[in-house]
Design a binder for this molecule. Structure first.
Ligand SMILES: [Zn+2]
Length: 188
């Protein structure tokens, strides 16, 4: 059982010092109202590993060396009127009709808050429509302002919405250890 790793513990360890209070936004087939407040998003390299996305470790990344597919996603902050907080929406860089990025960019503006309703049709297709009545509450404006100042101060790393595992932590996984043996790759 020595290969069993508690990924929740690893995730906590990996994010020490930069705890994110902002949650990942998972779209469902029901429409979610969200307020777009910035055209800025962070591009993050990811691997699918043990049923979740984790961050690519960049140069020397073990998962890259093992030939695991790397996917780039944009992490865009949005405000959710339902939870009254900012959440982080991961968006693939697909630009085909029905994908999320081209539909959302239509509504993005540097200085205006825009209300949209977003739902997931299937894994690759989304529905985005304009909301009519954005209620700009003082709470919403101060939450967005606080978020922006936290990002500017470097207190929030949007990439941390995905766990990051060191190569050594990844190598403890049985599946990864097998691939390393088969490929003749060992950690320095
Ligand atoms: Zn990688």
């Amino acid at each position: 059982m020595e290969n069993v790793v508690n990924l929740m513990e690893l995730a906590t360890k990996a994010s020490v010092g930069q705890a994110n209070v902002y949650e990942i936004m998972r779209l469902s087939q029901s429409q979610t109202p969200m307020v777009l407040f910035t055209p800025n998003a962070l591009k993050v390299g990811l691997h699918f590993h043990e049923n979740q996305y984790c961050q690519c470790n960049g140069k020397g990344c073990l998962l890259c060396q093992l030939g695991r597919k790397r996917t780039d996603k944009y992490v865009m902050p949005i405000y959710l009127p339902e939870t009254m907080n900012v959440a982080l929406l991961p968006i693939t860089d697909h630009k085909v009709p029905g994908s999320l990025l081209p539909q959302l960019t239509r509504y993005l503006s540097p200085d205006t808050l825009t209300l949209v309703f977003v739902s997931r049709v299937d894994n690759a297709h989304f529905h985005v429509e304009s909301g009519l009545n954005l209620e700009e509450t003082p709470q919403m404006l101060s939450t967005i302002q606080h978020f922006n100042s936290q990002v500017s101060a470097g207190n929030v790393d949007l990439a941390n919405v995905f766990p990051q595992f060191t190569n050594e932590e990844l190598a403890k996984s049985q599946e990864i250890a097998l691939l390393m043996r088969l490929k003749g790759i060992s950690l320095p």
